[in-house]
Write a protein that binds this ligand. Structure first.
Ligand code: GLY
Length: 373
């Protein structure tokens, strides 16, 4: 007997249908944002290039349609190019290779996929700054001043290191993940349980220099997607290490996020944005947080806390379904109104691929499946 509410089954079925339909249109490509109804296509080295492959695997898991798996495998082949080119590779190898090569290896035992995942993990480990105990985010090509920069998003790349340690029975990768997460706890997480986007360190001495606003309003603001990365990233770090301080951080950052959400369950691009800028929303922050809250719920010991985070995840997904999901066929994307970067006016209130990814991943969790990483 299916006890799930009708809206939840409908959201999942329609999302899977959309992925199948859109796969026939865009094939093995690298969508980032959906403009005038159609997904664009970025370079394979762009940080979002793993999400469409991840969506294809999520849909394949449920439908077993071979064409979806074949497209995901073609994407994986294309992702080998930036990996071996090296110069354009950055810390987002987790976002890129976990939902593609690592999933393929875990589900099919493909040895080439395992190799790809381990090479990607080695790149990530190689970005560790020993003095500052952080993983460097971007390359000089992205920003020549970024040698000493760590960003909150990187917590979501750490599962690649946790996986590599388990896969090789070698703790080095995990040690780096834990050192980075400890640095985030120490230097990003504020007393009010919010985080900035970027922290700048002296790359020679490792001393913290300052917080930077990045895609948020400013150094002291609370960029909503950054809070989402922190919630989900610390929940996974807690799951993988059992360290209670990571769970506490995930819980408290989540409490901040939840207590500042507007009624429709989608935050402004920054929780501290001025009223005049509040028209810009970020549905991706809600989708990512919902999936992260389901991880957090599973980690809680008290039944009341488990059900609190579970119910809040459900409420966010319902808010997205009611107010931000488009199953009309008029656009390739599922969710509307994500914001890439408000400060530089880049893609404000547009559908974004990772919003769709975390939405479908969370719906999959509510249909009895684990997340992909
Ligand atoms: N990782 C970049 C972003 O969240 O926009």
């Amino acid at each position: 007997m299916d006890h799930r509410p009708d809206w939840l089954n409908h959201a999942y079925t329609e999302s899977l249908n959309k992925i199948r339909t859109v796969s026939r249109k865009i094939g093995a490509s690298f969508p980032h944002v959906c403009l005038n109804g159609s997904y664009n296509c970025e370079e394979a080295s762009f940080w979002t290039s793993g999400f469409w492959g991840g969506l294809l695997w999520l849909a394949y898991r449920e439908t077993k349609e071979e064409s979806l798996r074949e497209l995901a495998e073609t994407i994986e082949q294309k992702l080998n190019v930036p990996l071996h080119d090296f110069y354009d590779i950055h810390h987002d190898v987790g976002f890129m290779y976990l939902p593609t090569a690592v999933v393929n290896y875990q589900w099919t035992g493909n040895e080439e996929s395992r190799r790809t995942g381990l090479i990607a993990a080695s790149h990530l480990a190689g970005r560790f700054n020993l003095k500052g105990q952080f993983i460097r985010a971007w390359t000089d090509r992205v920003d020549p001043n970024s040698t000493g920069w760590a960003i909150i998003d990187c917590l979501m790349n750490l599962p690649l290191l946790f996986w590599a340690s388990k896969e090789t029975s070698d703790p080095r990768f995990r040690h780096i993940a834990v050192a980075h997460a400890d640095t985030v706890l120490k230097h990003f997480v504020r007393e009010d349980w919010t985080v900035p986007h970027i922290v700048s360190f002296d790359p020679e001495t490792g001393e913290k220099i300052e917080n930077l606003g990045g895609q948020g309003l400013g150094p002291d603001s609370a960029w909503s997607r950054g809070q989402a990365w922190a919630i989900y990233g610390f929940a996974i770090a807690a799951r993988e290490t059992g360290k209670p301080e990571y769970r506490l951080a995930a819980q408290n950052i989540a409490n901040y996020f939840l207590s500042h959400l507007p009624e429709d369950q989608v935050p402004y691009w920054d929780f501290r944005s001025e009223d005049k800028d509040k028209f810009a929303r970020d549905s991706t922050a809600s989708a990512c947080t919902a999936s992260g809250l389901l991880e957090l719920s599973a980690l809680m010991e008290e039944e009341s806390e488990k059900s609190f985070y579970y119910e809040r995840a459900l409420a966010i997904l319902k808010g997205l379904y009611d107010n931000y999901a488009d199953f009309s066929g008029r656009q390739d994307a599922i969710l509307t109104k994500g914001t890439v970067s408000y400060p530089v006016n880049k893609h404000v209130n547009v559908p974004i691929i990772y919003g769709d990814y975390y939405f479908v991943e969370a719906l999959g969790k509510l249909h009895g499946h684990p997340g992909l990483f």
